[in-house]
Ligand binder design. Structure first.
Ligand SMILES: Nc1ncnc2c1ncn2[C@@H]1O[C@H](COP(=O)(O)OP(=O)(O)OP(=O)(O)O)[C@@H](O)[C@H]1O
Ligand SMILES: [Mg+2]
Length: 467
């Protein structure tokens, strides 16, 4: 090697002087990339000079192990962002000294959300700082003009040099800081371009050291790849305390915020927002909106889903059309593709509705993502209804339940909360697995029982079509 370089794995962070096709650390293929080693005066040394404590080194060698019971642990101090949906996803607000990584597709609203967060915190008298590496201060001001007046009071530095940013952080000592984005920052010690594996890792770890030492809550905005995964090294996700994903459909105003990792709270929660001219608005009546929008046409089913601890009614739509392809399409939007394949197989085997020669498209309306097994029955009924070209009987009608491989309908969590939500929004009846509750429940033990209840018998179907 011409100069001091090392080969680092983008998945697990393993480092080796030689290049390997397969990472000896995690076994992944083609994940090692060459990076320059930091110079002798390392980032950690610089962070120590700014008053931060770097882990490791001689001081670490003097540490004595002690029982956990002897460790004094104050409860994590949190800063409420004033945005209820975000606070809920975070587990009660931003934790001081923590690093939150916020990822999302281009233009989804990451900067808008973080601008709003700092605006709210400024309004509450907190010291904040917005570091923009992507946009000029003027551009950020133009966006802030759309938002609440407090957003204009947020101090900003438009800077990409890591050293300059660490100096500002040390001098300004904010309680909360946004770095937009981590991929644009550049550490002078490393030769790689901004956004390269080594750079992103170095930038994040130096900011983390200062943030932990000074108790600054930092939100790092991150890019996502074409597949929707967070760009940059996987180690970045391990390094930070919380990974948030902001997602939604471009054509629809709804945006969903999810925690993929959270050291201070659950990863089950999701927050729903709507992008408007004045910024992101929390959607607190999602069920009412989605039920009102449900089409009640063939292929449309209302699912009583759980978004973490919150019940939510969403419309699942399916389209089944003859395919001209040798391998028909299976397109799932808002749910797992493998889950769709499984439900189609169960529907064919235990429901008598084969889709082998057809393209199947399933969509959870509104850009919402449903990541729970309770959606199986809704997907099966939507596909069955679309395949037969008839709407569900007694529509609007809700449903939930997991499908077993032997065609049984299985119990899922929080049936009473799902049923309450359905009743609140006027669903006359809900098809659910056995033992789910009393009023308004139409219990079905198997998929075929659920299909018999939900879809009109073939005779009635003809009458309906003639009418
Ligand atoms: N006046 C407006 N009314 C409604 N929505 C708007 C308006 N102006 C901007 N938007 C929305 O805000 C989005 C841009 O938001 P923002 O800059 O926060 O996204 P981002 O995720 O930070 O993007 P990038 O990845 O480019 O940094 C636009 O895609 C658009 O949907
Ligand atoms: Mg942005």
């Amino acid at each position: 090697m011409a100069r001091d370089t090392v080969h680092g794995c983008t998945q697990c962070g393993f480092q080796s002087p030689q290049w390997h096709g397969q990472c000896p650390g995690c076994g992944a293929w083609n994940t090692l990339v060459e990076e320059a080693l930091p110079s002798a005066r390392t980032g950690s040394a610089r962070v120590r000079a700014r008053g931060g404590a770097a882990p490791g080194g001689r001081a670490a060698a003097k540490q004595r192990p002690r029982a956990l019971a002897d460790v004094g642990a104050a409860p994590a101090e949190r800063l409420a962002t004033g945005i209820g949906e975000l606070d809920r996803v975070l587990g009660g607000g931003l934790v001081r000294g923590s690093l939150v990584l916020l990822g999302g597709a281009p233009g989804i609203g990451k900067s808008t959300l973080t601008n709003m967060v700092l605006g709210h915190l400024e309004e509450c008298g907190r010291r904040t700082l917005y570091v923009s590496g992507e946009e000029s201060a003027e551009q950020v001001r133009l966006r802030a003009e759309r938002l609440a007046p407090a957003a204009l009071r947020v101090p900003i530095v438009a800077e990409t040099s890591l050293e300059a940013i660490l100096d500002v952080l040390a001098a300004h000592a904010p309680e909360a800081c946004v770095i937009d984005s981590v991929q644009t920052l550049h550490a002078a010690d490393l030769a790689g371009a901004p956004g390269s594996v080594g750079q992103v890792r170095e930038v994040a770890s130096q900011i983390m050291q200062l943030a932990k030492a000074r108790g600054i809550a930092v939100i790092l905005v991150g890019h996502v790849t074409k597949d929707g995964a967070l760009a940059g090294p996987r180690v970045l996700e391990h390094l930070v305390d919380c990974v948030l994903q902001f997602e939604g459909e471009r054509e629809r105003p709804y945006r969903e915020l999810r925690a993929l990792k959270n050291r201070f709270g659950s990863t089950n929660e999701a927050g729903l927002f709507e992008m408007r001219a004045g910024g992101l608005v929390e959607v607190l009546d999602a069920s009412a909106r989605f039920v009102a929008e449900a089409t009640r046409a063939p292929g449309s089913v209302v699912l009583a889903a759980m978004e973490g601890t919150r019940p939510m009614l969403v419309e699942v739509q399916a389209l089944v059309a003859p395919s001209e392809l040798e391998q028909p399409r299976r397109v799932a939007s808002g749910l797992d593709r493998n889950r769709l394949a499984l439900v189609l197989a169960i529907l064919g085997r235990h429901g008598g509705i084969g889709t082998g020669g057809a393209d199947v498209f399933v969509n959870v309306v509104g850009g919402v993502r449903v990541d729970e097994p309770g959606c199986d029955l809704a997907v099966a009924l939507a596909v069955a209804s679309a395949s037969r070209g008839v709407p569900l009987c007694a529509s609007p009608r809700g449903c939930f339940g997991e499908l077993g491989l032997t065609g049984e309908l299985r119990w899922v969590g929080h049936p009473e909360r799902r049923l309450e939500e359905a009743a609140k929004h006027g669903l006359r009846e809900v098809i659910a697995p056995p033992d789910c509750g009393a009023g308004g429940v139409c219990e079905a033990a198997t998929l075929s029982q659920a299909l018999a209840v939900a879809l009109p018998a073939p005779g009635q179907q003809r009458v309906r079509a003639a009418a």
